[in-house]
Write a protein that binds this ligand. Structure first.
Ligand code: CA2
Length: 148
């Protein structure tokens, strides 16, 4: 059976391409969704893509993913650096999860160097802009292959 992956985007990522292009570039979240769907279809995945500015909605999506998806790619935005609740949810559901960031968070302010997601992720990809997402999908495909 084909695998299904949920791509989760956290707060403010809906502004991508519309505000602060000098930091986050001109690619919109819809562009990233298209890139992910194209990449997923090449890898033989089903793909669902969501964004929310609300921590609780993201928690619900993670909980519901257990019954519908085989893996998660998450850019938790600023919640990356603050949310014990997201860490607990990802650990709790136990689905393989890849953490992604557009920017290289380690080259930015100190408070972005710590992630609550990294300890419960199978891996982290950051700093490659929109390409971080498709690299994460390839990493998940590789992980699924190794699990066979
Ligand atoms: O580099 C990333 O992907 C981040 O997750 C982006 C978050 C930031 O808090 C993380 O430290 C790193 C911020 C997303 C905000 O996106 C905006 C896009 C356009 C205009 C304003 C915010």
């Amino acid at each position: 059976m084909g695998k299904s992956v949920l791509v989760i985007n956290g707060p403010n990522l809906n502004l991508l391409g519309k505000r602060e292009p000098e930091i986050y570039g001109r690619t919109t979240l819809s562009d990233i969704e298209r890139m992910c769907k194209n990449c997923a279809s090449n890898l033989g995945f089903e793909l669902a893509f969501m964004q929310s500015n609300h921590e609780g909605e993201i928690l619900d999506a993670i909980h519901n993913a257990v019954d519908t998806h085989d893996g998660i790619v998450i850019n938790a935005g600023a919640f990356t650096h603050t949310s014990v609740a997201l860490m607990d949810a990802l650990k709790g559901v136990g689905l393989p999860c890849v953490e992604v960031h557009l920017s290289n968070t380690f080259a930015r302010e100190d408070f972005r160097h710590h992630s609550y997601i990294s300890p419960v992720a199978i891996g982290v990809i950051c700093g490659f802009g929109a390409k971080s997402y498709t690299l994460a999908l390839e990493a998940l495909a590789n992980y699924f292959e190794q699990q066979k």
